[in-house]
Design a protein around this ligand. Sequence first.
Ligand code: BDR
Ligand code: CA
Length: 313
Amino acid sequence: PQKVLLFCDPGIDDSLAIIYGILSKKIELVGIVTSYGNVNQEQASQNVAYLLELANRKDVVLIGGAKGPLSGEFTPFYPEIHGEEGLGPIRPPATIKGELLNFDTVFKIIEKYGKELLIVDVGRSTSLALAFNLAGEEIMNSVKGYYLMGGAFLVPGNVTPGAEANFYGDQLAAAIVTGKVKNGVVYPLNVTNDAIITPEIINLIVATENNPYQPLIKSIFDYYFEAYQKLVPGIKGSPLHDVLTLFAISTPEAFKYVERKIYIGTEENDLRGVTIADFRPKPDIKPGENKVAIAMEVDVQAFIEDFIRVMTN
Ligand code: BDR
Ligand code: CA
């Protein structure tokens, strides 16, 4: 299995991504870094601790990440989509605190696993940007690569007309990270909006599943689906942005990629967090500028089949 260090902000689709990561035989979660984003960092940590406890996976280390963006200016949390405490209607028991290791554990994990390690970030980019600033590019790029969920290229955003939540939430950090990562792949709304899982699929999973997460999966999904129905009239299910990003680990061939430099709106105006890339046939790129692969299309059927397979074991 692929060793993964996951940066996240659970959050419902983050939680389903963690569950998917724990159940998948092709993924070995070695650590989880929790940050603010969908909820505050303390809540995100408690939620991850709860998910790990349910599966008795205390071997997965829990690391405290950023509590706010680099600018110091918070975007609001999203209780209407993810629930007051990030798990829809569910409250993790107060007895579960989640013991957080210091942030420098990130560097110990990178040193330990090197090229065997894939870093996946499905939350705001703040913690990763801090890691690049603290450790430098040589150490950070000694890993196998990076998968980043964020951005929206020539398609509508989901928090402003043009911006997606993760890259909008800390646009400065997103610019730092996409500008520095080697072997970076970005999974934007262009593909994650297609990763629609319907209530019928969830019912099927819950009816056949034999894993420790029943009935959590159904209650958090139902909450998330209700929220999406208000956002997108007529939608048949909910996009599992963060799960799709983990699916790419086992099935990169389900995506079509283009390799480009990314530009991100870093100013506090209508272009904040907006992503563009040079899609002209002969893109401009200056020496020393960084390119990432951007996933532009996905085989949705392959994702759905894999999701059902992993979630039902
Ligand atoms: C991203 O924003 C978050 O709210 C979701 O968890 C996902 O990571 C989608 O824009
Ligand atoms: Ca997320």
